[in-house]
Design a protein around this ligand. Structure first.
Ligand SMILES: Cc1cc2nc3c(=O)[nH]c(=O)nc-3n(C[C@H](O)[C@H](O)[C@H](O)COP(=O)(O)O)c2cc1C
Length: 283
């Protein structure tokens, strides 16, 4: 797994500062930001589970002879530049979520605005712009640019409808020992902060599908899918959500110098219907 370089600010601050932005200034990025982003995505990146993803920066500058027309069905206003995420197997979705979120956090750290887009964008236009190969998939893209202070009405409505400024309570997400007992912040001890950072992760439609069980020496991550959600979209967006949660957890645990590593070690506990075990942090 590659390291993408250090963040300037504490990762917890960056995580809490990140918001989906759908209203951008109609300008392209300053050269210094463009260079930094190109450096970050120069080579394909490999995630914790060994899958790779490549990322391409594309610009639709008005002055260019053949401007690229990239559609977001009107969900995003003003954005001229995008990062496009590409994988070559659906097995890579967890790593993809992890890797793309590390980039999104780098952009946030630079003061830039982004928005995960997995549902509504013109896949064929983006595919053409990045010369997508037959075996490749674009699970998600993100505009990258400067946030406009005044949000469009559509932006405000999406945020209200998805309750984007809110997250589920701890008791709905985190459990102590097994799924019968909610985990308190006190019982989570040093892991309270990494878990709180998971809580503030972005997720498709803000569904927050992460369910986590803390045991004595491990923290187990499960996916609780929203009913009928998977069939709506071209990609398994909730698997990407789990990769994003993993990113927030691991980066925060490392920032706090907490010991541990990600392994597959399913605990022998009853698992509620519709819940799927994915991975654990063992320490
Ligand atoms: C995998 C993924 C896909 C998403 N797809 C879209 C999308 O297609 N359109 C959109 O407007 N927002 C999309 N979002 C953004 C979420 O709606 C947003 O993260 C959530 O409402 C929480 O708000 P916040 O990001 O401002 O914290 C997506 C987020 C994720 C993680």
């Amino acid at each position: 797994m590659q390291k993408l370089g250090k963040y300037l600010n504490p990762v917890q601050t960056i995580i809490l500062n990140r918001h989906s932005c759908r209203t951008f200034l109609r300008t392209t990025l300053d050269e210094k930001y463009r260079v930094r982003i190109q450096q970050l995505i120069e080579k394909p990146l490999t995630g914790i589970f060994g899958h790779s993803a490549r990322f391409v920066f594309i610009s639709q500058e008005e002055k260019s002879e053949k401007p690229v027309r990239l559609g977001t069905y009107g969900f995003i206003s003003g954005a001229r530049e995008f990062i496009v995420g590409i994988i070559n197997s659906t097995e890579a979705l967890l790593d993809f979520g992890y890797l793309f979120e590390t980039l999104i956090l780098h952009a946030t750290d630079m003061g830039l605005a982004t928005c995960w887009l997995g549902g509504f964008f013109h896949r064929s236009a983006f595919a053409k712009a990045v010369q997508l190969q037959p075996n490749e998939i674009i699970p998600a893209v993100s505009p990258i640019g400067y946030a406009r202070f005044e949000q469009t009405i559509r932006d405000q409505l999406i945020r209200i409808m998805a309750h984007s400024d809110q997250r589920k309570d701890w008791q709905a997400l985190f459990f102590d020992g097994d799924f019968t007992k909610p985990l308190t912040k006190e019982a989570a001890e040093v892991f309270a902060e990494p878990l709180e950072m998971v809580r503030w992760a972005p997720s498709a439609s803000n569904k927050q599908p992460w369910r986590i069980v803390k045991q004595t020496n491990s923290i187990h991550f499960f996916l609780q899918r929203a009913p009928n959600y998977r069939s709506i979209y071209a990609c398994d967006l909730q698997m990407i959500d789990m990769g994003i949660a993993l990113c927030h957890f691991v980066l925060t645990a490392k920032a706090l110098s907490l010991p541990g590593e990600i392994v597959k070690a399913q605990p022998e506990i009853p698992i509620p219907a519709g819940v799927e075990y994915l991975f654990s942090w063992q320490y």
